[in-house]
Write a protein that binds this ligand. Structure first.
Ligand code: BES
Ligand code: ZN
Length: 850
């Protein structure tokens, strides 16, 4: 199928569909190996179209017969679909195909997972189910009949009718095929209900395998909170009689927003205190919200084409971040998101995979569900909101929903509602969607006669295909602190539009200390020479919690960079300032835990590279280790008190307060374990009544090469729990040191419970290897070789997951000649694998810069 030369698709080539669809009827006769799909589709010529040529997408379905207006036709079948002569007027297309769900290991289209039928159609999976115009700008109401022996038969929309062995569903809301879903299996429902503010009662269900029925309550509560929040904050109500969520074990992604029938990776639905960490609870709440919020931002208003992906994903990530900020702590959420943005998006933006938030070409769209489209896409919306203000933001959103409900839209439509709602010209702002790369902002300051001047210069390094960049609109939130720590200028947003621009503040009694880019008001890198003292001062006094954390982060990053290059130890000024933050009981424990967390080793490598050095992953690893040791030593009198003070009384609750205390307690434990030989961690492990404490104790031990007995006991206790065992697999590889990491990963693949076909298990091992910077980049090259071996094995089974995991190699240009050669050799080996998928071929070529 995929042997044809892969085609590049360009945004500039967009043409409207030749035919529109008025309605779709689908009948599924389920059988694991021979499922029949009968489709009846009412087409009508599109008055906007330039051509009358009729074609349908299709990849793999075996066509049994086709009819137009009741008469047999013989379409011409190609590798990617079919073409057929059709009337120049409305007509009805009918066809029957056969597909094999049991053989579908790619997990796109209709497949089976543990005996259950399940679909994944975004982005282009529907074409593996039947022949259809599988593009998001073709929207239609669907009626679906499912015939099968499973007790539960689900599809989108509202239930119409059912009987033994069959069920019918009708979704009145026109939707693109990528939002189609079908599920069939022996499932149980955790039930709930929600009454919308206009009084409509909605039946809610979380469907899971019978054994998992006790782990659904948290997902259900999260769903209700999401529904309430979208009404309260955005005025958006749910629009069907039922909302179903299904958990499935084999899933390429986290979750999918199919209309009325969201499908989730079971790892982000199932939760219990004994088996799930606090972080997992928070993630479940956020993903349930994210997929639910797509009902308006994605489903009711969808994308015209896949280049507009950020229209739904960037906006929905932004909305789920607002939700989490409201449900939990806003500063803690923001800091966590920025850590993630830097680790994943800045990395992407500074290497061979850099692309604009709205890409202008792709070969395989699955490769563009990236940190740039999602996370930078959400940052761009945050900047827009900062620039226009809250009130105008919500006015623009109301206009967006009013004007575009039921449509398939573009970024132009999106920006136009903001222009119309505010009278602003957003043409320069639009560069955030078209220019790749992370802008670098340098800062100069001057103080004379009570006037303080900040001069900024912006520069965006070249990215593939974009050598030169024009200046972007950068909202820079700034505050000024006086010498005694008082705020002399509260947060104000400077709007930078030029390459170099100055801003002045008058009437100051003394030279202030600036707090720049408060709340991380733009996704840029700030470079500014400032002393350890000044940063320690901000760490102690900044009124903006984000920048307070940032000051400590800057110090930690600079310290680690210095230690990786020249050895030495952390600066005393930094250690004292950090200790003061940790001892400050007025600060949220979750915030203190974040202040204690070291920058990742990969972030240090990127920072060194950007500063013109060649990072040495081993040196960074040792620097991080010595940094931790110095921290533990310096804090030794604080740690025990901190550890006991963070005890959480009462029954386990996964809320932000309790989770923050456990997080700080675990962070203290990790340092304590460097001093006490593991005594406290062993005690915590033995007493732990929840996974957060059990895993926290185990990883503290393993990080110091301790805890063999606990590690074995953990695997024995949880060998039957697939999701907990995913954590265990990941932990083994994450804590293996340097050259040990590829060896440990190889041992994991040799276990009988390693399963190449389950993306969660594959990612547990190889995601952990790629995330273990010292181990992956071990000098022998064994990390690269092992990952390449397994990606070559996975590609014929699951191209989408293979392609995504190739991104582990994207940082090759940073490293020394020897590592570069080894990474490129691994990539060439993948490239030369027989019948490589289009997905993986595109990724490898882009990483190599071919
Ligand atoms: N629409 C996506 C799921 C998806 C991604 C389908 C890629 C097909 C290809 C869904 O809304 C999504 O974004 N899921 C995220 C989680 C979310 C919280 C960012 C995911 O699956 O990781
Ligand atoms: Zn999404």
């Amino acid at each position: 199928m995929k042997d044809a030369a892969p085609q590049t698709i360009y945004l500039s080539d967009y043409t409207p569909p030749a035919f529109l669809v008025d309605s779709v009827h689908l009948t599924f006769r389920l059988d694991p190996e021979k499922t029949r799909v009968i489709s009846k589709v009412d087409f009508r010529p599109n008055p906007q179209a330039k051509s009358r040529a009729f074609s349908l997408h299709g990849e793999g379905p075996a066509l049994q017969w086709a009819r137009i207006d009741g008469r047999d036709v013989t379409p011409e079948i190609t590798e990617t679909g079919l073409t057929c002569e059709v009337p120049d007027a409305p007509f009805t297309w009918e066809a029957e195909v056969e597909i094999n769900p049991a053989a579908n290991t790619a997990l796109e289209g209709l497949y089976t997972s543990n005996g259950m039928y399940c679909t994944q159609c975004e982005a282009e999976g529907f074409r593996r189910i039947t022949y259809y115009p599988d593009r998001p700008d073709v929207m239609a109401p669907f009626t679906v009949r499912i015939e099968g022996s499973d007790p539960v038969l689900l599809s989108n929309g509202n239930p119409l009718n059912s009987g033994p062995g069959w069920a019918e569903w009708h979704d009145p809301w026109p939707k693109p095929a990528y939002l189609f879903a079908l599920v069939a299996g022996d499932l149980r429902a955790h039930e709930g209900s929600f009454t919308t503010r206009s009084g409509h009662e909605v039946a809610l269900n979380v469907w899971v395998r019978p054994d998992d029925i006790g782990k659904c309550a948290f997902a259900m509560e999260s769903l209700k909170k999401s529904m309430q929040w979208d009404e309260d904050k955005y005025g958006r109500e749910y629009d069907l009689d039922v909302f179903n969520i299904v958990a499935v074990d084999d899933f390429n992604m986290g979750a999918m927003e199919n209309k009325g029938l969201n499908i989730f990776n079971s790892s982000v639905v199932l939760a219990s205190p004994e088996t799930s960490t606090d972080a997992t609870f928070e993630r479940i709440e956020a993903i349930i919200a994210h997929e639910y919020f797509h009902n308006w931002t994605g489903n009711r208003i969808t994308c015209r084409d896949w280049f507009q992906l950020c229209l739904k994903e960037g906006l929905t990530v932004f909305r789920d971040a607002q939700f989490t900020a409201d449900m939990r702590s806003a500063p803690v959420k923001r800091i966590g998101d920025v850590i993630d943005l830097r680790a994943r998006q800045f990395r992407e933006d500074s290497g061979p995979l850099a692309h604009p938030v709205r890409p202008d070409s792709f070969v395989e769209i699955n490769n563009f569900y990236t940190a740039t489209v999602y996370e930078k896409g959400a940052e761009v919306i945050g900047m827009l909101k900062t620039l226009v203000g809250d009130e105008a933001y919500f006015r623009a959103l109301d206009l967006y929903f009013d004007r575009h409900d039921g449509q398939a839209c573009t970024i132009e439509d999106w920006l136009k509602v903001f222009e119309d709602a505010t009278g602003r010209d957003l043409s320069q702002f639009k560069r955030w969607y078209s220019q790749a790369g992370t802008p670098r902002l340098s800062v100069e300051e001057e103080f004379a006669d009570g006037t303080y001047t900040l001069t900024f210069e912006q520069h965006t390094p070249p990215t593939p295909g974009q050598p030169d960049k024009a200046p972007q609109v950068i909202p820079i939130a700034v505050g000024l602190l006086g010498p005694n720590g008082d705020e002399v200028q509260p947060t104000t947003v400077l709007e930078m539009t030029q390459a170099r621009q100055s801003f002045t503040f008058d009437g100051l009694g003394a030279r202030p200390v600036p707090s720049i880019l408060r709340g991380f008001s733009a996704p840029v890198t700030v470079t500014r020479d400032s002393s350890t003292n000044e940063r320690a001062f901000l760490l102690a006094h900044d009124t903006d919690p984000f920048n307070r954390w940032e000051a400590g982060r800057d110090l930690a990053r600079e310290t680690l960079m210095r230690m990786a290059q020249h050895g030495g130890a952390p600066d005393r000024g930094y250690l004292d300032a950090l200790a003061a933050v940790l001892r400050d009981d007025t600060l949220d424990p979750a915030f203190r835990a974040l202040a204690l967390r070291q920058p990742g080793q990969d972030d240090i490598a990127r920072a060194l590279h950007e500063a013109g050095h060649t990072p040495d992953p081993e040196a960074i690893f040792h620097a991080a280790d010595r940094f931790g040791a110095a921290l533990a030593e310096h804090l030794k009198d604080t740690l025990h008190a901190l550890y006991t003070a963070m005890d959480v009384p009462g029954p386990y609750r996964p809320d932000a307060d309790d989770a923050g205390r456990r997080d700080l307690q675990n962070a203290a434990l990790a340092l304590k374990t460097r001093l006490d030989g593991g005594a406290a961690a062993r005690t915590q492990f033995a007493a732990a009544g929840n996974m957060t404490q059990q895993l926290g104790a185990l990883s503290s031990l393993m990080a110091q090469g301790l805890g063999d007995a606990e590690n074995t006991a953990f695997a024995e206790q949880w060998h039957d729990d697939r999701l907990v065992m995913d954590r265990w697999f990941a932990l083994q590889v994450a804590h293996a040191r340097l050259e040990e990491a590829p060896k440990t990963a190889a041992q994991m693949t040799a276990r009988s419970d390693f399963n190449l076909k389950n993306p969660n298990r594959f990612r547990a091992v190889f995601g952990a290897l790629a995330g273990n910077a010292g181990g992956f980049h071990a000098a022998s090259g064994a990390g690269y070789e092992l990952l390449a071996d397994w990606l070559i094995r996975l590609d014929p089974i699951n191209p989408q997951t293979t392609a995504r995991m190739c991104a582990a190699f994207q940082t090759w240009p940073r490293y020394d000649a020897d590592r570069q050669a080894r990474i490129k050799a691994a990539l060439h080996r993948i490239q030369n694998a027989p019948s490589l998928s289009r997905d993986t071929a595109e990724m490898v070529a882009r990483i190599l810069g071919d």
